[in-house]
Ligand binder design. Structure first.
Ligand SMILES: *Cc1c(COP(=O)(O)O)cnc(C)c1O
Length: 219
């Protein structure tokens, strides 16, 4: 299969999952995760109409996205990997959405950079639903207080929550937990679901799914 066909296939599986879950057509958006793939591999996906992409490293994204964004206006680039505060300026300059806020230091660094650059980036808080020590994200029980800190004390808008369930577990309970936490925070955007489980995530209320290998092939 060509990359265009794989993109079509993922999009139609998302639409099917929306229908099965009695959700409105188009209520879930696709973030095409292009990490590790070069600009030449990404261009056909842009040409096929995809406009929302995800990368997990600031430096890698800087090597390919400024040119791709110039070629095609209207692209939204999501940062879905961990962010260090010394990269906050670069991240704010390049990305349209940052999904991985998980501590006060990075929230403050992003607030300062958005003010300095006069650029509003859409922001998500990452939750470590499986409490995995090697994984980024705020603990579930601290999520509500952290979202409040971001909004009220630091003064940045938070649009939704993001999670990456443990690789070896049934993702359903993790998606359900993220949805419950979002409800408590008054948030209605959920970034959850990857190549192996995006249809499950749609059933649990995902509003965006982050799909890499099912579109671009194995990394
Ligand atoms: C790589 C990555 C994805 C996409 O994973 P696939 O299994 O290739 O679909 C989604 N989310 C995050 C945070 C990632 O790092």
């Amino acid at each position: 299969m060509q990359v265009e066909e794989r993109l079509d296939d993922v999009l139609s599986r998302i639409r099917q999952a929306e229908t099965s879950a009695n959700r409105k057509d188009g209520s879930v958006s696709l973030v095409a995760v292009s990490k590790t793939f070069a600009a030449e591999a990404i261009r056909p996906v842009i040409a096929a109409g995809q406009r929302v992409f995800g990368e997990n490293r600031v430096q890698e994204a800087q090597g390919k996205w400024p040119a791709l964004k110039t070629e095609t206006p209207g692209i939204a680039l999501h940062l879905i990997g961990p962010l260090q505060s010394n990269k906050a300026a670069d991240a704010v300059a390049l990305f349209d959405v940052i999904e991985t806020i998980d501590r006060e230091k990075i929230a403050r660094a992003l607030a300062a950079e958005m003010a300095r650059q006069g650029k509003a980036v859409r922001l998500y808080v990452q939750v470590n639903t499986g409490l995995e020590p090697q994984k980024a994200g705020i603990a579930p029980e601290q999520t509500e207080a952290f979202v409040r800190l971001c909004r009220e004390t630091i003064g940045i808008p938070i649009e939704g929550l993001m999670c990456i369930p443990p690789a070896d577990e049934n993702p359903g309970p993790h998606f359900a937990l993220l949805a419950r936490l979002a409800g408590r925070c008054g948030l209605d955007r959920l970034s959850m679901g990857m190549s192996g489980d995006f249809d499950v995530a749609v059933a649990f209320g995902a509003t965006s799914v982050r799909v890499g290998s099912a579109i671009f092939g194995t990394r």
